[in-house]
Design a protein around this ligand. Structure first.
Ligand code: KET
Length: 418
């Protein structure tokens, strides 16, 4: 380690000059939760499913697949750089639907959705012409998007998406931003379903309008699909926007995650796919994706992808999986209603109906940063500062405590999401 002598004769290291970085806006709060020893503490921070007892849940279909893998004596060999081809094929079919001809799709296995965003971002950063190296993300969006794409050398700009006053989609603002403020040939990032953090998705008719404007502007569409199955409970329905864009002729790029819908968080299992126009394009794109991956982490982990491959290739397990995913979405949906009912019961007079009209894993409550800070410091409720609550962290036992605390910090104050 490089070091130098000081006047006093002691040595200093360059490590002394390393500045302290800020904690992550989401995972930093999850860490603070783990470190808190108050018995009432509540974790509604990270988008990770919890059962009605507040415990992480491994889907029985996933457990069955693990048993099949164990019994079959699955080996631990390296995967190829681009991952397990059989898994990738099944994963793409899950997203794009069984009918689409994917023979010209360049696709690789990735380290979950984050890894897919990063590999896709690196690809755009390298190959978009220098005057188009821009990606437009919704305002607001998953906080890591901004960091990922910034790290890939892309200029990250935001487009209007959510209107706090109506707690709904700002469709006119979004269309106007696409039409008037985006550079042709750049990239627009869209959340495939269950928009994080707002829980507010366009309707299919609105998606069609969005698709038309994007097409006129010649933008590349980068779908981030981290919640397929969590919006409606039906993975097929939740793929509707992606499938619409493909049927409209967009050559989309898709970052797919199996963290939430398969409960494979720590397994880091996803895909990145780029729809190409022909076999030559596909071959060149694949070669470049491998050149990005190899020096970064060589090849992906195989356990999660083996599970997904096993579940999706077995008719019975696949059907069981669809039921179990629907069950998770249903429990989360029922927590929306329960939280709003409890808020009324404990005396809150605010209109919380946005919580029940939103979809996906989160409630975008409209609480301010200050309110959230008080919830954490006085009530040990850990959530992100944008007022987002991960509904999976709510259950029959803690809902009243949470409702009372929210009422205490919001009573007599306005709740409008920033
Ligand atoms: N995209 C979106 C929109 C998203 O919300 C997440 C995760 C990811 C991608 C990446 O997930 P992965 O585990 O890499 O497949 N969101 C939750 C967890 C996190 O922040 O990492 C969250 O918002 O709580």
């Amino acid at each position: 380690m490089s070091s130098s002598a000081t006047e006093e004769g002691t040595t200093t290291s360059f490590l002394n000059e390393v500045p302290m970085g800020p904690p992550d806006a989401i995972l930093g709060i999850a860490q603070a939760f783990r470190e808190c020893d108050n018995p009432n503490k509540v974790n509604v921070c990270v988008g990770a499913y919890r059962d009605s007892e507040g415990s992480p849940w491994v889907l029985p279909a996933v457990r069955s697949a693990e048993k099949i893998l164990l019994d079959s004596g699955a080996k631990k060999e390296y995967a190829p750089i681009d991952g397990d081809a059989a898994y990738v094929k099944l994963a793409l079919k899950f997203a794009y639907g069984p009918e689409l001809d994917l023979s010209t799709a360049a696709a690789v296995q990735t380290l979950s959705g984050t890894g897919a965003c990063r590999i896709g971002g690196e690809f755009f950063g390298r190959f978009l012409p220098s005057d188009s190296k821009k990606i437009y993300v919704p305002n607001p969006t998953w906080g890591n998007h901004v960091k990922i794409f910034g790290a890939c050398g892309l200029e990250v700009q935001r487009y209007r998406y959510y209107d706090p006053k109506t707690n709904g989609l700002d469709l006119d603002g979004m269309l106007e931003d696409i039409n008037d403020n985006m550079s042709e040939g750049s990239v627009i990032l869209l959340h495939a379903c269950a928009h994080n953090p707002t829980g507010c998705d366009p309707t299919l008719e609105q998606w069609k309008e969005i698709s038309d404007v994007i097409q006129r502007k010649n933008l590349y569409v980068f779908f981030d699909s981290a919640y397929q199955g969590f919006a409606s409970g039906d993975a097929e329905k939740d793929a509707a926007a992606l499938r619409l864009f493909v049927s409209e002729g967009h050559k989309v790029v898709l970052a797919q995650s199996f963290a939430k819908n398969f409960g494979l968080y720590g397994e880091r299992c996803g895909t990145l796919s780029i729809l190409c126009e022909n076999a030559n394009q596909k071959a060149a794109v694949m070669s470049q994706l491998k050149l990005i991956i190899r020096p970064m982490y060589s090849s992906p982990p195989i356990h999660g992808s083996s599970i997904v491959r096993t579940v999706l290739s077995d008719d019975e397990l696949r059907a069981q999986y669809y039921d179990e995913c629907a069950g998770m979405a249903e429990r989360i949906g029922s927590m929306r209603g329960l939280l709003v009912d409890k808020l009324k019961d404990v005396g809150s007079t605010h209109d919380w109906s946005h919580i029940t009209s939103q979809i996906g894993m989160f409630a975008f409550t409209g609480m301010s940063k200050e309110m959230v800070e008080t919830l954490t410091s006085e009530y040990f409720i850990f959530m992100t500062l944008d007022g987002r609550i991960s509904l999976a962290g709510i259950n029959d036992k803690n809902v009243e405590y949470i409702a009372k605390a929210i009422h205490a910090v919001t009573d007599g104050k306005s709740i409008v999401a920033a």
